[in-house]
Write a protein that binds this ligand. Structure first.
Ligand SMILES: Cc1cc2nc3c(=O)[nH]c(=O)nc-3n(C[C@H](O)[C@H](O)[C@H](O)COP(=O)(O)O)c2cc1C
Length: 188
């Protein structure tokens, strides 16, 4: 059993975050932070609220995004975690992390993860990318984060949307060091 921080921000594809929460929370301690826009997109794309998430995942610890006094904002506490995952990561959150600007707890947790060398995984979703997005991705990568794109492969024989979602989430979990059977690997 590991301990993870999962952040859901306001990029399209919040279902990736939801599915990550579902799989990760089966056998791990999960701390969840949802940005304000993350809540908006959860409502838009999945028709669910933070209250629904609280009811469906009673063991998941949900943190207030405004609470900068949270233990997660402290290096000595965040070091106890296996990884911080931002799924999906908006370009706004990416920009904040790349430039060290903390406007909410998600930004601060990402900053702390970088300084404490806790694995940080950002599943960035936007299309197309501007030069600013690409520069920010390079910046966070240089600082130690893993930038991933919400682009599924098609070599595992997907038949439904859920297979595509599981491919992306499986790739994220691979990076976080979590074993799973969400997709069939190449030549498996
Ligand atoms: C339905 C919807 C879809 C969005 N999709 C994206 C997206 O795919 N990528 C992105 O970077 N921003 C997207 N946005 C805009 C972000 O939500 C907005 O930039 C917000 O300020 C991000 O804040 P956050 O990073 O704190 O969640 C979307 C907004 C809405 C309402």
């Amino acid at each position: 059993m590991g301990r993870f921080v999962l952040c859901i921000t306001g990029a399209s594809g919040v279902v990736y975050g939801y599915r990550t929460l579902e799989v990760l929370s089966r056998e791990n301690e999960v701390h969840l932070i949802v940005s304000g826009s993350g809540e908006t997109v959860l409502k838009e794309e999945m028709g669910i609220t933070l209250k629904d998430i609280r009811e469906r995942f009673p063991k998941v610890r949900i943190h207030d995004r405004r609470d900068m006094t949270s233990p997660l904002a402290s290096g000595s506490r965040l070091r106890e975690f296996q990884a911080v995952l931002v799924v999906p990561c908006s370009t706004s959150t990416l920009g904040n992390v790349a430039n060290g600007i903390n406007q909410n707890l998600i930004h601060r947790v990402c900053e702390v993860a970088l300084k404490e060398r806790v694995p940080l995984i950002l599943l960035v979703r936007e299309m197309p990318y501007s030069k600013i997005h690409l520069e920010n991705m390079l910046k966070v990568t240089s600082a130690g984060a893993v930038v991933m794109s919400a682009s599924p492969g098609f070599y595992h024989g997907p038949r439904k949307i859920e297979d595509l979602i599981d491919f992306v989430v499986g790739k994220v979990l691979d990076q976080a060091g979590v074993t799973h059977d969400l997709f069939r690997r190449w030549r498996e």
